[in-house]
Design a protein around this ligand. Structure first.
Ligand code: 4JN
Length: 445
């Protein structure tokens, strides 16, 4: 209900409503728990961030793709105990189908690559920005949705793919004014853990489960990690060996422990060599404790972190060479990352790097009296066709229009008055300099 003062007479968390049968109800004005509205100011920030995601994707020659937020639940059923699969936003639809609000994007990408089959030539470089969901008890009051920028390469078996993706991440940070003093990218390979499990003759089927457990390093205590590892059937000797290797922060030390013929060491040395060539070596560091929490990673894994250590991972990703075969297809080597829209904004705020995104329009066109509303519309229409953003202000007092112009940062005020219009003229006021002049309406641009 909008009153004559053009401001809403209510605000807050609820309003009374009457349904068609006259019943009085109370509508909760908040969005569902764990979700966000994006009013104009927040939407301008989100659009600015996503425009930067898109611009980096463009310079990396990635193609944009998109998928339904709603996916078959079967795409996300995995047995490795990941948090992401334990918090599925899943339900049965009216057709009795088991569906989910997707918790991540990668399985949808894999589904589409399989579906496209031979009609696409590899390598594929695809990106998307999409909303992802989780359903966790609101005990921790965490959000249930966020937007993720995903960049994935299919059909590039060598670490060149990882090198490309890390460049994309660095380019994004640099675009936002973040430096390698603010943020680092720690990287490792799951082949490190594979090598350690081989040293202790641990059966292959435990690999994924062990990865999900050791990903909790830093979140759970060492004792808790050891306990969970023991519970999978690992010997305490193997558990100590795993934790010892995963605490390594030096690639040369890793080489001493595993030997230089281990694929993990060769991959990582190659990746660090690429980093020098790309020019982002000061952004990356080896950290054997990085395994990431998704079951399907098979090789290099990486995550960006704030060097103050105050925030959760800013983005993360890795190689997943055997995901497609879990969907019944032949495998295609793949590598990708997900970059959420929340932690990065916390970091930008903390660094004072949020841009000024106040509303800005080019022109306000104002008829000085009612009979000039038609001419004012034609002036506005002509300017819009020339690409100007034009707000047509009507049935307001001139005093209000000046306040409005200031509020929306208009560059010009175009006044359509009777005497000027009769001469084919309009009055233009440059709001930054207060300069005022008449101009032929047909010459306005
Ligand atoms: N996967 C996922 C989905 C939604 C949020 Br919020 N965080 C993580």
């Amino acid at each position: 209900c909008v009153s004559s003062s053009s401001t809403l007479t209510h605000g807050g968390d609820s309003s009374t409503s009457t349904s068609s049968d006259g019943a009085l109800g109370v509508v909760d004005l908040n969005p569902p728990r764990g979700t966000r509205d994006f009013p104009p100011e927040e939407m301008r920030l989100r659009t600015w961030l996503f425009d930067n995601f898109r611009e980096v994707s463009r310079t990396m020659a990635f193609e944009e793709v998109d998928f339904p937020v709603l996916e078959s639940e079967a795409l996300f059923i995995r047995k490795a105990g990941e948090e992401i699969t334990q918090q599925l936003y899943n339900f049965e639809d009216k057709g009795g189908r088991r569906v989910v609000l997707r918790p991540e994007i990668t399985p949808s990408l894999a589904r589409l690559v399989i579906k496209q089959g031979k009609s696409v030539s590899l390598p594929l470089k695809w990106f998307t920005i999409g909303q992802c969901w989780r359903y966790e008890r609101m005990t921790r009051g965490r959000r249930r949705e966020h937007y993720q920028w995903n960049m994935d390469i299919f059909g590039m078996p060598k670490v060149r793919a990882e090198a490309e993706l890390i460049q994309a991440i660095v380019l994004l940070f640099e675009r936002l004014g973040i430096t390698s003093s603010d943020v680092g990218i720690r990287l490792s390979s799951r082949k490190v853990l594979q090598a350690v499990l081989n040293m202790y003759s641990i059966p292959e089927h435990l690999f994924t489960q062990v990865c999900v457990i050791v990903d909790k390093l830093g979140k759970l205590s060492r004792e808790e990690i050891e306990k969970e590892l023991i519970s999978t059937g690992l010997s305490s000797e193997a558990v100590q060996g795993i934790i010892e290797v995963l605490s390594l922060k030096s690639l040369s030390r890793l080489e001493e422990v595993l030997g230089s013929d281990v694929e993990a060491v060769a991959d990582l040395k190659k990746l660090f060599s690429f980093a020098e060539q790309y020019g982002y070596a000061d952004w990356i560091c080896f950290d054997a404790s990085v395994v990431r929490g998704l079951a399907y990673y098979t090789g290099v894994v990486f995550e960006a972190f704030d060097r103050k250590g105050e925030l959760r991972a800013i983005c993360g990703g890795g190689r997943y060479d055997r995901l497609l075969s879990t969907f019944g297809s032949e495998d295609v080597p793949a590598c990708g990352f997900g970059f959420g829209d929340a932690v990065i904004v916390e970091l930008l705020k903390e660094k004072g790097l949020l841009p000024d995104l106040s509303r800005q329009i080019d022109d306000i066109v104002f008829p000085l009296d009612e009979e000039l509303e038609g001419p004012a519309s034609s002036v506005a229409s002509s300017l819009r066709k020339k690409g100007r953003s034009v707000d047509l202000a009507e049935d307001k007092r001139l005093k209000w229009v000046f306040k409005h112009a200031e509020r929306i940062n208009a560059s010009r005020l175009i006044l359509v008055g009777k005497s000027e219009w009769e001469r084919g003229m309009v009055r233009v006021k440059i709001l930054s300099t207060r300069e005022e002049f008449e101009v032929k309406a047909c010459d306005l641009e």
